[in-house]
Ligand binder design. Structure first.
Ligand SMILES: *Cc1c(COP(=O)(O)O)cnc(C)c1O
Length: 396
C-alpha cells in the first residue's frame, strides 16, 4: 500500500498542532505598495512592522529608475551571472556597494540568504573553524551547516564566551568569527570593537551580516562597522538589498580582500546556480544608494523616529529593550498578553507583530515595532496612543 496518504495525514496533524500552539503563520495581503499607510484585513493600517527603514520601497525616484531599466535592460536575465546574466549595471551596482561600504570588492547574490548560504562552503574547509553567535540569522546557521569546517557557538554578544570558543578552536588553520551586525529580535548591535580585539589576539577573521544596518546605521549608512569604528578590521560583510536599500530583493558579500570575492564568483553555489538579480531591481537599488548618499536626512529621520517612539513609550510606562535601533521590542509578561495586545493594536489601526516562544526565549514575548524614515511624529503618537488604549482595554 502507498505510504503517501499516511505521510499527508502526518503533515495535517503537524499543521493542526502548530495552529493549536498559536504558531501557525497567517499572511495578510496588502492591497497596494509597501508604505506607512496600508490597507489589509479590511482595514486602513499604519504599518510599524516592515524593514522599509528609509521609506525607499515606494520611492518615486527608485521606481522611475526601475521602470527605465525595464525599457533599457529588459525584464529578466534568464541566466546565471557567469553565462549570460551579467549586464553592465550589475557590475556598476557591485562597484557602487564597494564604494558605499569602503571595501575592496562586492559580489551580488539573489538574496542575502543565498549570500550567507554560499559563503562558508566556498572558502573554508575541514581544517578551519567557524565561531558563530548563538542568535545569528537562520541563513548563517544554514550556510555553516553546508560547510565542513569545525563549528563553535558563543552566547549572544558574550565576549568572554567568544574567547573560550576561540581557545577551543585553536587547532584550526583558519578561524572566522561570524555575527549579525544587528540582532533582529532585540535591536541590539554586536560588540564589534571587542570582537575585533579578540579576533586580532587570536589571529581570527571577522564576518558581519549587516542586513538590518546597511544604508542607515553608521557614517554614511555604511553599517555597524563604521558605527563601531572598526571598518578596516572586518574581513567579510554580507547584507541585503531587501530592507533599507529599497527592499526589493538581492543580497551581497563585500570584502576588503578582493580574493575572497573572486573565489565566491568561482565557487559559491547560489551564485553559480541561481538566476541573476533582475535588471529593474539592480537599477532601483542603484537609485536607492544614490538617494541615500544625497539625502543623509533619511538616516537621521529614522534615528529620530526611533528615539521619539522610545521616549514616548517609556513616558507611558512601557517596558522596552534599551537601545537606539529602529527595531524597538515592547516587552510583555506573557505570550498571551503580547498576542492580545497585537490584536488590540490591529483593531486600532496599528499594524505590528507579536513574537513569542520559540522565536524568542520563553518569558520574553514582545511586540516588535520597526520605525521608518517615512513615519511622521503624528503617526508615531497615534501608535503610542493605541498601545495605551489597548493596555487599558486588556487591563494589563
Ligand atoms: C533579512 C536578513 C537576511 C535575509 O536577507 P534576504 O536578502 O531577504 O534573503 C539575512 N540575514 C539577516 C541578518 C537578515 O536580517
Amino acid at each position: 500500500m502507498s505510504p503517501i496518504p499516511e505521510f499527508i495525514d502526518g503533515l495535517k496533524t503537524k499543521l493542526d498542532s502548530l495552529s493549536n500552539a498559536g504558531l501557525y503563520k497567517h499572511e495578510r495581503s496588502l492591497t497596494g505598495a509597501q508604505q506607512v499607510l496600508v490597507y489589509a484585513g479590511g482595514k486602513n493600517l499604519l504599518n510599524f512592522c516592515s524593514n522599509n527603514y528609509l521609506g525607499l520601497a515606494n520611492n518615486d525616484q527608485v521606481i522611475a529608475a526601475a521602470k527605465a531599466a525595464l525599457d533599457q535592460f529588459g525584464f529578466g536575465m534568464a541566466s546565471v551571472r557567469f553565462i549570460a546574466g551579467t549586464q553592465t549595471q550589475h557590475i556598476a551596482l557591485e562597484d557602487k556597494l564597494t564604494s558605499f561600504l569602503s571595501t575592496q570588492a562586492t559580489i551580488l547574490f539573489p538574496s542575502c540568504f543565498d549570500a550567507n548560504g554560499g559563503l562558508f562552503e566556498a572558502i573554508f574547509d575541514e581544517n578551519d573553524a567557524i565561531i558563530s553567535d548563538s542568535l545569528n540569522h537562520a541563513s548563517i546557521i544554514d550556510g555553516i551547516r553546508l560547510c565542513k569546517a569545525q563549528r563553535f557557538r558563543y552566547q549572544n554578544r558574550d565576549l568572554a564566551d567568544l574567547e573560550i570558543q576561540l581557545q577551543a578552536a585553536s587547532n584550526a588553520k583558519n578561524v572566522v568569527i561570524v555575527t549579525d551586525g544587528v540582532f533582529s529580535m532585540d535591536g541590539y548591535l554586536a560588540p564589534l570593537a571587542g570582537i575585533c580585539d579578540l579576533a586580532e589576539k587570536y589571529g581570527a577573521m571577522v564576518m558581519v551580516d549587516d542586513s538590518h544596518a546597511t544604508g542607515f546605521i553608521g557614517t554614511g549608512g555604511a553599517g555597524t562597522p563604521t558605527y563601531c569604528g572598526v571598518e578596516n578590521r572586518i574581513d567579510i560583510l554580507s547584507g541585503t538589498l531587501g530592507k533599507a536599500l529599497g527592499g526589493a530583493s538581492g543580497g551581497f558579500i563585500s570584502s576588503r580582500h578582493p580574493e575572497i570575492v573572486q573565489m565566491l564568483r568561482q565557487k559559491a553555489r547560489p551564485y553559480l546556480f541561481s538566476n541573476s538579480v533582475p535588471p529593474s531591481v539592480v537599477a532601483g537599488t542603484i537609485a536607492a544608494l544614490d538617494l541615500i548618499r544625497s539625502t543623509p536626512e533619511l538616516a537621521i529621520k529614522v534615528r529620530e523616529n526611533a528615539r521619539h517612539f522610545r521616549a514616548l513609550m517609556v513616558e507611558e510606562g512601557f517596558d522596552l529593550l534599551p537601545g537606539e535601533h529602529a527595531i524597538v521590542p515592547v516587552m510583555f509578561s506573557s505570550e498571551h498578553i503580547a498576542v492580545s495586545m497585537a490584536k488590540a493594536l490591529f483593531d486600532r489601526g496599528i499594524y505590528a507583530v507579536a513574537f513569542s516562544y520559540p522565536v524568542v526565549p520563553m518569558g520574553k514575548a514582545r511586540i516588535r515595532i520597526q520605525l521608518s524614515a517615512s513615519h511622521t511624529f503624528d503617526e508615531i503618537r497615534e501608535c503610542v496612543n493605541a498601545f495605551v488604549d489597548a493596555r487599558e482595554e486588556l487591563s494589563v
